[in-house]
Write a protein of this length. Structure first.
Length: 350
């Protein structure tokens, strides 16, 4: 993904916004430097391009991508990876013709992959962002054994959350425009046309890189970014116990996020925090909070339970009525165990 917007912090670190410039969902990691989980989870989501990947842990010839701090994800057997590569180099005429229409985000800006492993199968084409699989069938798929196999394959993919479209090869040659319209009808309506981003979300993986570098909650100026927003309840106390800065929006990091909101006008915002194991919400986000709660098993809380003057939730959710979720993760849980539920949450907040 390209960087859409950047800023440089006091210590020379970069804050950046990436993703789909037409998106209305913003996901933010690391407000507090001592809560690094968000950066890891966002970067893995972007790197893998999908969530809920079935691990092929049975094969002794498995290959995997390393995770920071050890561990592995996106495992596929060596056989599956090699077969996928062979299929990409030996596409049928129908596959080649359709791929020429799907590649490089040519279909209204949606990003597709070809011959992509998903669990134990390799699908012909897939739009990962919207979990849409497109399979091309020849006449052999009319035979009973192949019909049974295809149904089993489709059920497997459906359980992983994918919708499967099956298209006859003949249709590619006789009615290609109709096929493309059929595929588009199974994707959400979008503006922007060919060549626009198709990932459906905006990301700030780390809003507080200085705090992350220093291993502290605040930024390099000792300011708690989640108390530095220009809200009606912002206050500077004599002892500055809220660490909200000398004045609202005094920090580069806060200014960057405010500029992003003003420029891109997100309708839904998710921020990743720790350690309270709750789904906190501000603004008109109760229904979304309950959906997230069902996925991750944390309770829904409208209040975090203590004063939060100058908080981002107040700024975005209450005062601007943007659906705003603060997902407080379980810090005692290994971050790799959070990949599946958190990535599923990312998927549902398109």
């Amino acid at each position: 993904m390209n960087k859409l917007k950047t800023a440089t912090t006091k210590l020379g670190n970069e804050i950046y916004l990436t993703g789909d410039e037409t998106a209305k969902t913003l996901i933010i990691g690391v407000f507090h430097g001592d809560e690094p989980q968000g950066k890891f989870l966002i970067e893995k989501y972007i790197d893998c391009g999908q969530s809920n990947i079935l691990h092929d842990t049975q094969s002794p010839l498995s290959l995997s991508l390393p995770l920071e701090g050890g561990g592995q994800i996106c495992q596929y057997s060596k056989f599956t990876l090699e077969k996928s590569k062979r299929l990409r180099h030996n596409m049928t005429d129908a596959e080649s013709l359709l791929w020429d229409c799907l590649r490089a985000k040519r279909l209204n800006g949606f990003k597709f992959r070809r011959q992509q492993p998903i669990g134990k199968y390799i699908v012909d084409f897939v739009c990962m962002s919207y979990k849409l699989v497109v399979e091309l069938d020849c006449s052999q798929h009319n035979e009973i054994p192949n019909k049974v196999y295809d149904e089993k394959r489709t059920q497997y993919l459906n359980k992983l959350g994918y919708k499967v479209l099956r298209i006859w090869n003949d249709e590619i040659f006789s009615n290609l425009n109709g096929v493309l319209e059929y595929i588009l009808s199974s994707l959400p309506p979008r503006g922007g046309g060919i060549g626009r981003g198709g990932d459906g979300k905006l990301f700030i993986p780390c809003l507080n890189p200085d705090g992350l570098q220093l291993g502290q909650r605040t930024n390099a100026n000792g300011v708690d970014l989640n108390r530095n927003f220009p809200t009606k309840n912002w206050e500077l106390t004599e002892k500055n116990e809220f660490f909200g800065g000398e004045k609202p929006a005094s920090e580069i990091e806060t200014q960057f996020l405010i500029d992003v909101i003003n420029q891109y006008k997100p309708e839904t915002i998710l921020t990743l925090h720790a350690p309270f194991k709750v789904v906190n919400y501000d603004g008109p986000a109760r229904e979304l909070a309950e959906q997230i709660s069902q996925i991750i098993g944390y309770p829904v809380e409208e209040s975090i339970g203590y004063p939060t003057p100058g908080s981002f939730g107040t700024y975005a959710g209450i005062e601007r009525q943007i659906k705003t979720i603060t997902l407080e993760l379980d810090e005692t849980c290994h971050v790799e165990e959070l990949l599946t539920p958190v990535h599923k949450i990312f998927d549902i907040i398109l």
